[in-house]
Ligand binder design. Structure first.
Ligand SMILES: [Cu+2]
Length: 376
């Protein structure tokens, strides 16, 4: 009963964090300690209908479920390894004793397949933190072994309180066309870019009521920085990895670059209704199934080649000489387990996929279910 009351009080202090296309990890109490169970295991993830990816993650998901707690909480995280190789979990950004830091070989022995390791520490610093594998990092992080660890301040100020609090993990993958398993050996030339291991059109819209104060927490454990841009608003960058910045250090922006191995919090009051694009501004990062090894035909006269090719392949169609938009306009045949190049929007195909979602600000809504397209 006492813990129920404390939970109620905590929920009253600030909005629970929403993980779009994801979930929050439940916990139990054991003599004043919040106990979480994390299972490291292979998972199948649908990035969008038509694309199933064989990933590794936690509790059947990638990113793993969001861990949410409060400054001062004592937490115990029981990690069970159901992977085919050892693992360990690092609590990225959290101040804790060295032997709880989760670095295989440095701060602990790796957790062998079938074994458990118990992490236990007291949360000293609030903020947008992360957790991720720290064994065979190249493979395990590339395959999706990461999640958020949100530590709320014990006594939030008025300035810190928000109505809608989202967290989005940025990641990038190389999945050979038609294949299911991402290739962790690829270092630069990725072809899928995800928000919480999902691509548009499957990324959940961020639905808010007009006038609400919104926070979006962004985390990046990929190999590239991601300049995330919001249309329609100037937002305030309130945290850069570590604790919330002093008001004098916060700054307004329309794009926030999220570097590798770090988090950013942005906040704004949703005062302008509409459907507002929210996406990475590296133009290849809003493509699904980007193939980089094709010749550039822009400006090339292909009329002669088309006639010759059609003698060999009657269905041959030359494309790309006038830009790539025509490929986006039509649903062409493609290999299995590959997404189309566009998705339907209210005014025609939306050519962006990948790291893309829509902030839907609406007046007069009573639930946060997707309200459909905005009618101006
Ligand atoms: Cu990007």
């Amino acid at each position: 009963m006492k813990w129920l009351l404390m939970l109620f009080l905590h929920i009253g202090l600030s909005a629970a964090v929403i993980t779009p296309n994801g979930s929050t990890l439940g916990w139990t109490m054991d003599k004043g300690v919040k106990v979480f169970q994390l299972v490291a295991e292979p998972v199948e993830r649908q990035f969008a209908p038509g694309l199933i990816v064989k990933c590794w993650g936690y509790n059947g998901q990638t990113p793993g479920p969001t861990i949410e707690a409060y400054e001062g909480d004592r937490v115990r995280i029981v990690v069970t390894n159901k992977l085919p190789e050892p693992t360990s979990v690092h609590w990225h950004g959290i101040l804790l004793p060295s032997n709880m830091d989760g670095v295989s070989g440095l701060s602990q022995k790796p957790i062998q397949p079938g074994e458990q390791f118990i992490y236990e520490f007291t949360l000293k610093n609030s903020g947008t933190h992360m957790y991720h594998s720290h064994y065979d990092e190249m493979t395990q992080i590339a395959l999706g072994m990461m999640g958020f660890f949100i530590v709320h301040p014990k006594d939030p100020t008025e300035e810190e309180k928000v109505d809608r609090d989202f967290c989005i993990m940025l990641h990038e993958w190389f999945i050979p066309l038609g294949a299911r398993t991402p290739d962790p050996l690829v270092m630069l030339d990725f072809n899928y870019f995800t928000f919480n291991s999902t691509v548009w059109p499957a990324t959940d819209a961020l639905v808010v009521k007009k006038g609400e104060k919104v926070r979006i927490r962004l985390g990046n454990l990929s190999m590239d920085s991601h300049p995330i841009h919001l249309h329609g608003y100037e937002f305030t960058v309130t945290a850069q990895g570590a604790k919330r910045m002093k008001p004098s250090a916060q700054f307004e922006a329309v794009t926030v670059n999220v570097p590798v191995g770090d988090t950013r919090d942005i906040e704004f009051v949703a005062d302008t209704p509409g459907d507002w694009a929210f996406h990475c501004h590296k133009s290849h990062h809003v493509m699904n199934g980007m193939e980089h090894d094709i010749p550039n035909l822009i400006g090339v006269d292909l009329s002669d080649i088309t006639a010759k090719m059609q003698k060999l392949l009657p269905d041959y169609m030359a494309m790309g000489q006038n830009g790539m938009g025509e490929m986006m306009e039509m649903d062409m045949p493609r290999p299995k387990n590959m997404l189309p190049l566009s998705s339907p929007g209210p005014y025609g195909p939306i050519g962006m996929g990948g790291m893309f979602t829509v902030l839907k600000v609406r007046e007069g809504i009573t639930t946060y279910t997707d309200p459909g397209w905005y009618k101006p």
